[in-house]
Unconditional design. Structure first.
Length: 161
């Protein structure tokens, strides 16, 4: 049975490094960034988003568990964002370890997230999904998420992003 628990302090450093590498890979794969400097850009984004690590206000990082007796199967990070007087949750990261994918853990983590977000008096959950991640898009659609916009980009010559 999938469950969420606040991320333990000793887990955060490894999560940080994995998240930085994964985000850099996604940004390169989506043609958002050139591969040169991608890790540095990703590290800057991560550290800007979580300047106090786990203690960063309005940020919630969870470990995803398949059961209490097994190691964690993934992580979920969301933050409270306020824009134009509206407060919402924004999922910055959900990652299920490769050997635990396609077992319903991500789906269940999102189901478990909803009462947490509601308890914080937030009325919506937003997220970004990369265009190449069709499996995640299908999951989010099944969970009731709708597309609210599409970012597009055209590279010109050899200019850098």
């Amino acid at each position: 049975m999938t469950s969420l628990s606040p991320m333990r302090t000793e887990v955060f450093p490894e999560y940080r490094e994995n998240a930085i590498a994964g985000y850099a890979e996604d940004c390169v794969a989506s043609h958002r960034w050139p591969s040169e400097g991608a890790i540095e850009r990703s590290r800057a984004d991560f550290d800007n988003s979580l300047p106090q690590g786990l203690a960063t206000p309005d940020n919630y990082l969870y470990e995803i568990w398949a059961s209490e007796s097994e190691p964690t199967v993934g992580v979920l990070w969301f933050a409270i964002e306020e824009k134009n007087g509206l407060r919402k949750a924004f999922v910055y990261d959900i990652e299920i370890k490769p050997e635990h994918r396609r077992q319903g853990h991500a789906r269940q983590a999102f189901v478990l997230l909803e009462p947490i977000v509601s308890a914080l008096a937030l009325n919506s959950i937003g997220l970004h999904v990369f265009s190449q991640n069709r499996a995640a898009q299908a999951l989010y659609e099944k969970l009731g998420y709708v597309v609210t916009g599409i970012n597009m980009q055209k590279r010109l010559g050899k200019t850098r992003a």
